[in-house]
Structure formats: structure tokens, C-alpha cells
Design a protein around this ligand. Structure first.
Ligand code: ADP
Ligand code: MG
Length: 416
């Protein structure tokens, strides 16, 4: 019987919807068992959150696994609340956490069990100040360290929170904000070292943490976290995934159409493989014939993958990029990507040519470009090629071309 796989619903997958990544899981578990703290790094949609969820699921019998999403957090206090709330399902741990807040929250002690999780969060948040969060946070870690089983903290979207703390709404990095990030990262570092072996921490996020900490001059604060790279699927894995999806939904691939699909993507980011299958499946259903031939691959790619939904995906990329780079550097980053998409390669020559067209308030254009390249490379948009930088994923390049290519004049052809 061929393997079957159900399509992904929601943002991430685990259990029966999770495909492959066996070696990654094995390696991650081995490192966690050895007591390492990890920084899970990969470009958007590679499956970082899914991998964390799946490892959490597989380790649930040996560890107390807590998943904490800091997507909406914008301060250290918010992070402490999120960690506290993650303990609510564990009676013993929650009991102690409650006691921790008793002094500051004498008013609500009686009612804290009855109210829903959002309300509990609001109440806990009200008890935390810039003066007491680190002490409460330390106490939380001590509670976790004393728990019967070792604890794993899977903390997702740390970079989004740190980015917000560092830049605020107005995108200005100032001394105070840097100091705030420094305090939080130092606190995390201190506790990760103090409880090594008892508490393991896995950090991840949809933008790179390292480039953001670098902007704050704080790169060293995560040097006790071991980088863990998550790569795209290879063609064989993507093909097997497509076959398993096809087996579940009755699509019949003919003449290796699935291999053609994986090759068309070039870089098999799991989310893109899933998207491609969804389009093929919907296409087969609509026309009432489930056989799918290689000849049809290109049409689906051009019309569906590069269509409206592709544009929506691209918008997410752009939003994230703007968050990291800020409004001043963002337009130059867009142009650098358009240049790469249109000409196929961002050369040293074109980088130099761009410098004549831009000026920045605090830094040289070259420094801005270096920063942009670091972010683009780190977050998986481009990679260094023989003659310059090239797109890593055909799909992303094609999306970019569709969106910006038409009006982009290669910088070497411009007259000032
Ligand atoms: N191991 C996997 N098996 C099947 N689909 C996956 C897997 N990993 C990722 N995906 C697909 O990619 C999408 C994005 O995954 P997610 O874990 O949110 O990525 P990230 O956190 O890196 O942005 C999922 O909704 C799913 O469609
Ligand atoms: Mg994620």
C-alpha cells in the first residue's frame, strides 16, 4: 500500500499531516537529550514551527514540553506571561506559578482558576512591571527546573518580539530600547545556562534572530544556542510527499508528472510543495479527470502558483522584510531583489551602481547594502553565486518578477 498523507490545514502540521524530516527530528532529539539549547534557523515556510510541534509531540512522554508563541508579545513582561500561561495545563507547575503571582495579585487569587486563559493572561500581565519581571521570570525558571521531568521550552517568534522591542512603532533604535532587549536576552541567557540539563530551550521565528540582535550590537547574547539549520526537501522527498498526497486524494500522476513538479520548484520548500499539490488536485477535480500529466505542470505553475495566491504569499515576505529593515532601507532592498529577479544575478557592479541612486540619513549606502544583503541571505531570499547573488528559490524569483519585474529597469541601464 502506498503511503498516504493528508493536506495541511492551518499554519503548521504535526502527526499524520507531517511528512518526513526523520533525520532532522532524530538529530534535534539527540541534541536536546544532550542538554543543548537550539536556535532553529530556516527561511519562511520551511517547516520550523511544524518541526518544533512534531518534536514536542514525540517527546511528550519524556519531557514536559511547552510551546510558547511570542508573535504578539512586545515586552519582556509579555513573554513572562506567555511562559506562565503555557504552564496552566500542568497542575503542579501551575499551582506554583499562581503562588508566584499571589503577592502582586492578591485581588484575583480567588478567581484565577475560573476565568478563561485570555483573562488570566491580562491579570498576570497587570502584576508585572519593568521592575519585577526578571525576578518573577527567574522564579518561573526555578519552578520549571524543579519539575519531575526535564522541561523543553519551544519558543517561537522570538525575533518578532525582539524586533518590536528594539524598534517600536516608529522604527527608531534608541539607547533605551537597546537596553530593554539587552536585559531580556541577558535574562534568557542567564537562565539557559543556570538550568542547563534540566531545561532545554529551542528558539525560532519567521525572521532571523541573529541579524536583529546584530542591529542592537547584541549578537553574542545567543552564542550558547546551537544553530540548527532546516533545509528544503530534496527532490526525492518532495516527490514522495506528492505521491502520498496523491494517494490520499485520488490524483493519478502520469509519466513522472510529480518529478516535473518538484523540479519546477527548484527549491522544495515544504509549503510550496503543498501549495502546488493543492492547485493540481483542485484542477483535476474541476475538470473531472484525476490523471495528471507532465504537460499540465507548466500551466498550473504559471496560472496558479504565480497567480493571486502567490501574490498573497509574497506580501507576507515583503511585510517581514520591512519589519526587519525599516522604512528607509526597505525600498533599496526591494530594488536589489528586483534587480536579482530580472537580471538573474546581483553583481558587484550593480550594487555599486545603486549607490549613486540612494542616500541614507545615518549610514553610507554601502553599509545599508551590506546590512540588506546579510538579512536577505540569512532569511533565505538569495545566496552567493559565482558572479554575485542569486535567488535561492525559482518560485520566489518568479513571484518577484511578476510583481516588480515589468517596471524594473536594470540599474546599469539607468541614466542618473
Ligand atoms: N514536515 C512537513 N510535512 C508536510 N508539510 C509541511 C511540513 N513542514 C512544513 N509543511 C508545510 O509548510 C507549511 C508551513 O510550515 P511552518 O511550520 O509554519 O513553517 P515555518 O514555521 O518555517 O514558517 C505548513 O502549513 C505545511 O503546509
Ligand atoms: Mg513558523
Amino acid at each position: 500500500m502506498p503511503k498516504k498523507l493528508k493536506q495541511a490545514y492551518g499554519n503548521w502540521v504535526e502527526g499524520e499531516r507531517f511528512w518526513d524530516r526523520e533525520k532532522d527530528i532524530e538529530l534535534m532529539i539527540k541534541k536536546l537529550d544532550e542538554g543543548a539549547h537550539l536556535l532553529l534557523v530556516a527561511q519562511r515556510r520551511m517547516g520550523k514551527t511544524s518541526l518544533m510541534r512534531e518534536v514536542k509531540r514525540q517527546l511528550a512522554s519524556r519531557y514536559t514540553c511547552l510551546f510558547i508563541d511570542l508573535q504578539k508579545a512586545s515586552s519582556a513582561q509579555d513573554a513572562i506571561v506567555e511562559i506562565s500561561l503555557a504552564l496552566k495545563p500542568y497542575k503542579n507547575l501551575w499551582e506554583k506559578t499562581r503562588e508566584l503571582f499571589v503577592n502582586v495579585l492578591s485581588l484575583i487569587v480567588g478567581s484565577i482558576e475560573e476565568v478563561n486563559i485570555a483573562e488570566v493572561g491580562i491579570k498576570l500581565r497587570a502584576g508585572l512591571t519593568s521592575g519585577n519581571w526578571s525576578e518573577k521570570g527567574d522564579a518561573l525558571f526555578s519552578i520549571l527546573a524543579e519539575s519531575e521531568r526535564p522541561v523543553l521550552l519551544f519558543i517561537d517568534e522570538v525575533p518578532l518580539m525582539v524586533n518590536r522591542m528594539l524598534k517600536g512603532e516608529d522604527y527608531r533604535i534608541n539607547f533605551e530600547r537597546k537596553a530593554g532587549v539587552d536585559m531580556f536576552m541577558s535574562w534568557l541567557r542567564k537562565n539557559s545556562l543556570a538550568h542547563q540539563g534540566k531545561i532545554g530551550i529551542i528558539l525560532s521565528g519567521s525572521i532571523g534572530l541573529e541579524p536583529i540582535l546584530r542591529q542592537a550590537g547584541l549578537s553574542a547574547s545567543i552564542n550558547n544556542f546551537l544553530p540548527f539549520d532546516l533545509k528544503p526537501w530534496d527532490i526525492a522527498t518532495a516527490v514522495e510527499c506528492l505521491q502520498a498526497l496523491a494517494a490520499e486524494y485520488g490524483v493519478i500522476f502520469k509519466k513522472d508528472a510529480e518529478t516535473e513538479m518538484a523540479k519546477r520548484l527548484g527549491c522544495c520548500i515544504p509549503h510550496h510543495v503543498q501549495m502546488f499539490f493543492t492547485h493540481v488536485h483542485d484542477h483535476c477535480i474541476r475538470r473531472g479527470r484525476m490523471e495528471f500529466f507532465p504537460d499540465d505542470v507548466n500551466g498550473i505553475y504559471e496560472n496558479e502558483m504565480l497567480g493571486v495566491r502567490g501574490h498573497a504569499e509574497l506580501t507576507h515576505y515583503e511585510e517581514r522584510l520591512k519589519l526587519v529593515l525599516g522604512p528607509e532601507a526597505f525600498p533599496l532592498a526591494l530594488e536589489m531583489l528586483s534587480e536579482t529577479a530580472v537580471t538573474g544575478c546581483l553583481t558587484r557592479h550593480s550594487l555599486a551602481a545603486f549607490q549613486k541612486h540612494y542616500a541614507f540619513s545615518d549610514i553610507s549606502v554601502q553599509s545599508a547594502q551590506e546590512e540588506i544583503l546579510r538579512v536577505l541571505e540569512h532569511d533565505g531570499y538569495i545566496k552567493a553565486g559565482k558572479d554575485g547573488f542569486v535567488f535561492d528559490s525559482h518560485l520566489l524569483q518568479d513571484w518577484w518578477n511578476r510583481r516588480y519585474g515589468y517596471f524594473h529597469v536594470p540599474v546599469s541601464e539607468r541614466r542618473i
